[in-house]
Design a protein around this ligand. Sequence first.
Ligand code: ADP
Ligand code: ASP
Ligand code: MG
Length: 419
Amino acid sequence: MIGARDRNGPPDVTLIVQKFGGTSVGDIDRIRGVAALVGATHARGHEVVVVVSAMSGETDRLIALARKVTPRPNARELDVLLATGEQVTIALLGMALEAQGHRARSYTGVQVHILTDSAHNKARILDIDGDRVRRDLAEGTIVVVAGFQGVDEHGDITTLGRGGSDTTAVALAAALKAGECHIYTDVDGVFTTDPRIVPEARRLERLTYEEMLEMASLGAKVLQIRSVEFASKYNVPLRVLSSFRDGGGTLITAEDPAIEQPLISGITVNRDEAKLTVLGVPDKPGIAARILVPIAEADIEVDMIVQNVGADATTDFTFTVHRNDYARALESLKRVAAELRARGVEGDDRIVKISVVGVGMRSHAGIASTMFQALAGEGINIRMISTSEIKISVVVDERYLELGVRTLHSAFRLDRAPG
Ligand code: ADP
Ligand code: ASP
Ligand code: MG
């Protein structure tokens, strides 16, 4: 558990954790800008821990290098490589802070004992030893920590999965009992949908952990899912802000009963899924297990599942997986289809999942019909549907991504201020 022994007592409001993403530290001028922003926070009397990502494009560049060596690089070696990206940024930011007259020290994940499990490339943080950071802070030093990386019990370097610096920041904020955790990025906050797809998207002033968790899980990459899980578990107030423009950003906290929840908070897109179908399998008990057990055994996660019963006592069984697992899932399915004497197997990796998310949905009917009518009005065919208490997701052809998101964004009037 993260700094469990430290969680007794009130948070330390003077301590702020500030995280800066890849674009925010994309070149030396921007790193100087980050140093100025952090320095100003420090000058206002706060203790500051800064978490940084690799400079923009760097993690992709390193992955491409590894893939030139071998298509499937060894996971441990890949982590040793990827962790260098963030190490460059912490050193440069440390220098920039010193050059601007501040006392600063940079640390890798190993140096501040960000202990993780051993799941290379997607490790989970288990514990953080905040002692060294606390000593520096007490001396008035600004502490700079590399995001996205940790160390396992064997002393091996691990990384936390794409977007993992968000999780480093929140986990540090939890361990050190920071008053707030600020996530600085290249947009002004969390929007009703990705502002790069819909320019009319509106910034949300406030969101609950639950809503943000759902949006992150359904494709809003502005925060890594695990960072929101941590924030919720340890009750760390999260604020998403722009590195480039002043503004209040978006505050993410636990639900406040005094604040009315909007019906729909946002629309998300997941472009990472692929769809697979086994056609014409016998409609009898045990079929779903026969199809899905080999998929699970291959360590492939299944997201949506739909089964249609045909008139001739056979069914079509459809499910989605991550696009990275598509080829392996298709192979497994072909084997099972032959065993089950199915009519055939179909696959499609040019699909997207669009979701409408809102806590207020719980107490309102009619969201699904509005959604389906709006899509039908644009001639967009829905290939799969799944619902939960606070979201409705549809799978559509990839070519409808922009049209689908824009259509739903205006159908639910998200471009207009509430009230
Ligand atoms: P960083 O490098 O700072 O971690 P990311 O690229 O990980 O930044 O996340 C910021 C991006 O998330 C934005 O540029 C935006 O395109 C995307 N995004 C997707 N959905 C949303 C949303 N609902 N609100 C804000 N940004 C979003
Ligand atoms: N540099 C890592 C990535 O690109 C981690 C992060 O930026 O949060 O995914
Ligand atoms: Mg990110």
